[in-house]
Design a protein around this ligand. Structure first.
Ligand code: TPP
Length: 350
């Protein structure tokens, strides 16, 4: 990707379209039973991740929870590697062992994809600590949902980030629901951003449906962090159009509510801004959309053709090295002989 100041808005619109079309196709492939396990779609929230990524450098760190497809795509992970991961194939970004919730791309500094709510927030603080310890000028962007802010790990992490003045932006993607629970029923605060105040961390509320607002605010904060490391907290007000996961019909909200947010669609909004300013024609938009659809379709073919991961990699990266070595007793178990020809789990050889 280009340096921040040159990142073209049409290119970013095209990225949002790629994310949207990728997830629509993922949804279809899930229904066709080509994708197993869980699958959480980000549709509606695209301006948050694209705006934030547009404001940072390629060597800054990114980490998120399980609604992670868009974060990987925005970071530059290919649609092939992402679709193959959903299909559980060896060519996937986590070698087919992670699935939808565990995308990972070390080369592009995308450190997951984490399924346990708020468990990655302390990891993000550790990453920010490492940046400061090494004297670098990188920044960590830590994305999480509104459901994470009442977890103990979240509070411990914010406290340390503030105490050590670490270079981190906590980005709360407030889509108003944690699974089917409205934030109004789960959180005592009037506004989530006030959580940050308790740790003396500066915070702001951002319109998470507006790409430009997200990008400009993140850029401003990241700039100030690079000059003098400190944590910051952004509450992005956004909305997910689909249910929590593929199995959720989202009957806890009304059609009217959904329609209200759809009118504020982040892609339509940026498209309208660019069109009004003479930077994009309808024909150009259609072409971008066509390209996004073709790229995604090609990635489905790639995933279908890709091999399954070898069976003996089943336990790789699940336990610490050696923890699953054959014959090694588990706590409270006597040592067992390994059967002839049995797969050898846990070697982490690849
Ligand atoms: C510690 C923990 N508790 C419960 C769950 C089950 N769970 C999965 S997603 C979820 C809701 C999280 O909502 P939020 O953080 O707002 O993220 P969103 O789905 O809105 O992106 C819950 C409770 C979990 N994964 N981890």
């Amino acid at each position: 990707m280009q340096p921040v100041e040159q990142r073209d808005e049409v290119e970013m619109l095209s990225l949002m379209l790629l994310i949207r079309r990728f997830e629509e196709r993922a949804s279809q492939q899930y229904q066709a039973q080509k994708i197993g396990g869980f699958c959480h779609l980000y549709i509606g929230q695209e301006a948050v991740v694209t705006g934030a990524i547009a404001a940072v450098r390629d060597d800054d760190y990114i980490i998120t929870a399980y609604r992670d497809h868009a974060h990987a795509l925005a970071r530059g992970t290919t649609t092939d590697a992402c679709m193959a991961e959903l299909f559980g194939k060896e060519t996937g970004c986590s070698r087919g062992l992670g699935g939808s919730m565990h995308f990972f791309d070390r080369k592009n500094h995308m450190y997951g994809g984490h399924a346990i709510v708020a468990a990655h927030v302390p990891l993000a603080v550790g990453m920010a600590f490492a940046i400061k310890y090494r004297g670098e000028d990188r920044v960590t962007l830590c994305f999480f949902g509104d459901g994470a802010i009442n977890q103990g790990a979240f509070h411990e992490a914010l406290n340390l980030a503030a105490l050590y003045k670490l270079p981190i932006v906590f980005i709360c993607e407030n889509n108003l629901f944690a699974m089917g629970t409205s934030v109004k029923r789960s959180t005592s605060l009037r506004q989530i951003v006030d959580r940050a105040e308790g740790y003396d961390i500066p915070g702001e509320i951002i319109d998470g449906m507006n790409f430009r607002e997200v990008r400009d605010k993140v850029a401003e904060i990241v700039d100030s962090i690079r000059k003098e490391p400190h944590p910051a907290f952004l509450e992005m007000r956004t909305y997910r159009y689909r249910g929590h996961s593929m199995s959720d019909p989202a009957s806890y909200r009304t059609k009217q509510e959904l329609e209200k947010y759809r009118l504020d669609d982040p892609i339509t909004r940026l498209r309208a801004q660019l069109t009004r300013e003479g930077k994009l024609t309808n024909e150009q938009f259609d072409l971008l959309d066509k390209r996004a659809k073709e790229t995604v379709l090609a990635s489905v073919k790639f995933a279908e053709k890709s091999p399954q991961p070898p069976l003996d990699t089943l336990y790789d990266f699940t336990y610490a090295d050696g923890a699953m070595e054959p014959g090694r007793p588990r706590p409270g178990e006597p040592a067992q002989e390994r059967r002839e020809g049995a797969p050898s789990p846990g070697t982490n050889s690849r």
